[in-house]
Write a protein of this length. Sequence first.
Lengths: 419, 341
Amino acid sequence: MMTDVSASADPPFRLSMLVNDRRYRSLTFQVIVFILVMAGLWWLIDNTVRNLALMGKSFNFGFLFQRAGYDIPQTPIPYTSDDTHLRAAAVGLLNTLIVSILGCIAATVLGVIVGVARLSRNWLFARLMTIFVEIFRNMPLLLWILIIYAIFTEILPPPNAYRGENPAASMILFDHVALTNRYTSIPTLAMTHDPGSLDLGARVTFNWATIAFVVALVGGWFLRRVLLSHAQSVQDRTGERPLTWWRSLAVMVLPSLFLIWYFGLHLKAPTLQGFNFTGGLNVSNGLVALWLALTLYTAAFIAEIVRAGILAVSRGQSEAAFALGLRPNRTMSLVILPQALRVIIPPLISQYLNLTKNSSLAIAVGYMDLRGTLGGTTLNQTGRELEAIVLMMLTYLVLSLIISAAMNVFNARVKLKER
Amino acid sequence: MKKTVFLGTAAAATLLSGMVMAQEGSTLAQVKERDELNCGVNTGLVGFAAPDANGNWTGFDVAFCRALAAAVLGDANKVRFVPTTGQTRFTALSSGEVDVLARNSTWTYSRDTDLALDFVGVNYYDGQGFMVNRELGVTSAKELDGATICIQTGTTTELNLADYFRANNMNYTPVNIDSNAEGEQQYMAGACDAYTTDASGLAATRAAFADPENHIILPEIISKEPLGPAVRHGDSNWGDIARWTLNALIAAEEYGITSRNIEELVRSSTNPEVQRLLGATDDLGAMMGLDAEWARRAILAGGNYGEIFAANIGEQTPIGLARGLNAQWTQGGLLYAPPFR
C-alpha cells in the first residue's frame, strides 16, 4: 500500500507556524528584536541629525585641525597653543595613559600586599588591612581625589616659602626634591654626552640614550633567561645546578652601569627661579592626587580579589606541599599562586578597566587628561559637543578593548593548562 | 489574528522610526505656557549672580532675567535660575534647558556664528585682568613670566591668556579650574600666583575675600570682553524681545526714567520717545507679541540700567566698580540704545 509519507511529515508552511512551531519561533523573535533595535537606533540617529540641522549645526570633525589656542600644563609631547585640537587631544590621551599606567602598577602592588596581609595570622595587622579596604572602597572616588588634592593644596608650602636666607620650608632628600602646594619638583636626568634624539616626525622625539637603556634592559632580561634555561639543562643532565645569581646580576646591571658612565648621566636638582622651581620635573599635585586616589581606591578592590583568589585554593594544597617538604615561599610561588591567579586575573581586568575610565575624573583637580582637553576645553571652545563626546567614547572604548585583550592574553598564559 | 499582530508591530516600528522629536515651537509661546522663564546664570559670582542667605538670586545678570520675565510674563519673580559653569552654559542654552543665558559671557565671532547663539547686546563692557597678592611685589602683568596662573576652563580668558603670554614671549603654568569658587580657593591657598578672569569678576571675587586690601588687580587689561545675554539662533522674535528689553533698560536711564518716577512719567511725560517706550502712545509691544506695557514692567522690576548697576556692582557696593565704559554715551561711555520708534 502506498501512502504519501512526505505530506504528513512536512505539512505546508503556514504563517502561524512562525509562532507556534518551535523550529521557527526563536528565529521569528530574533528577527523581530533585530528590527526593533535597528529601528530604535535609526530613530535616535535620525532624530539627532534633524535636531542638529534645526540648530544650524553640522556633524563634522574639521574642528580637530583648527588651532587650539589654549595651553596645557603637562605635555608629554611638545605642544603649544599654536597646535591643533587634534594634538591637544593626543596630549590629553597621553596624560590619561600616564596616570592609568602609574595607577594600575601601584594599585596592583598595594592591592596584592594588602590582600595577602589581610590573611595574616597577626590579628592587629589583618584588622588594620580590613579597615583600609573598607574605608577606601566604600567612599566615592571623587571624594578621595578632592580630599587628597585639598590636603596637598592647604598643607604644603607655596614655592615662595623656599625663598630667602631663612626659608620657611626646605627641600628634602639632600636638597633634591621640593614639595609645594602646586607640584612636587623632582630632579631630572641630565647627560654630559648627549647622543641626540631620534625624530619620529610630528615633533615627537626619543633620546638615543633612552633607547640604549631600553635595549640594555630588555637584552639583559633575555640573556638572563638564556642563562637560566642553560642552568636548567645542566641540572637536568647532571643533577647539579650551576650558580647563576651573579651572572644574572651582571647581565642585568652591568650594561646599564656602562651606559650611565658613557653618557655621563647625573641628577639635576630643581632650583627656585622667579615664581616657581625650574630645572627639575614639576609633577603637578593634580596628577599626584589623582594617582594616589585611584591607587588607594582600586587597591582596596584588588586586595579583596587577591584574598578571594588565595582562599579559593583549598588548604589541602598547601598542606600537601608542606608534606612534600616545600618551603613556604616555594609553596606560594609553585602551588598556591598558579592556582590563585586563575581566579584573580579575570576580575583584575575589570579593575584595570575601571581605573582607566575613572581617570576621567581628572578634571576635578585640573589634570588635563583626554576628558580635560578633548572633552573639556576643546569641546567648549569649538562647541562641537557631539563630535567631541563621540570621539571620546570611541577612544575610551578602544583603550579598554586593548587593555582587555592584553590581559586576556596574559590570562591565557598563566591559567592552569588542563589536559 | 497572529498575522495582524505582527503586521501591526512592524508597522508601529516603521512609524516610530519615521517620527522625529516634535519640533520646538516659538520660545515666547513656550515661556508663556510654562509661565516661567528659565534663565542660565553663573553658579555664584557675587554682584552678578549669586543666591543670598535666603536663597534668592540677586545680581546684575539676575536683574536682567527678572526684567525679561516682567516684560514677558508680568511678574519679575517668575524666573527659574539655572546655575551653569563656563563649560555647561552654551550646551544648556542650545539644548533648550534655558531660554536665555545671562552669565557674563563674552560676545565673540565664533560663539555668534559657529555655536549658533545670538547675543542680544552688551550689558557690561569688560576686559580680562589679573589679580595678585600684594606680598608678591608684582605691579605689572609683564612681570608674571614663569608664574602659575589659575584660570577657568572653557572661557575666552583661557585663549586670551595663551595669546598674551605668547605675544610677550613669557611662560606660565595654567591651573585649570572649573568654577569661580574653586579658583578662589586655589588662589587663596597660594596654589597659583595670579588669578585671571574678567576685571569685573576679579573685583567681585576680591570683594568676597576677608582681606580684600591685600590683593591688587594689575593695571593691564589684556582683552575686550563685551559681556551680554544670549539666546538660541533661529528664533528671531525671542531674540528681539531679549534685545529690546535690554535696550529699554539702557534707554530708560538715558531718558531719566527710574523705578520711582515711572508711574508719574507715564501720565505726565511729554517726551514722545518716553511715551512710546512706556506704552502711553503707540503700541510698540504688539510688534513683537507683547502688550503695550512690557517696557514699563521691565523697568519697574529692578530699575533702569543705572539703578541695576548701582544696586549690584556700583561704587556703593563692596564690589565697587566704576561706570567707566559702561556709562551712557552722553556721559562718555559706550551704552547707546537705538531709538524706540
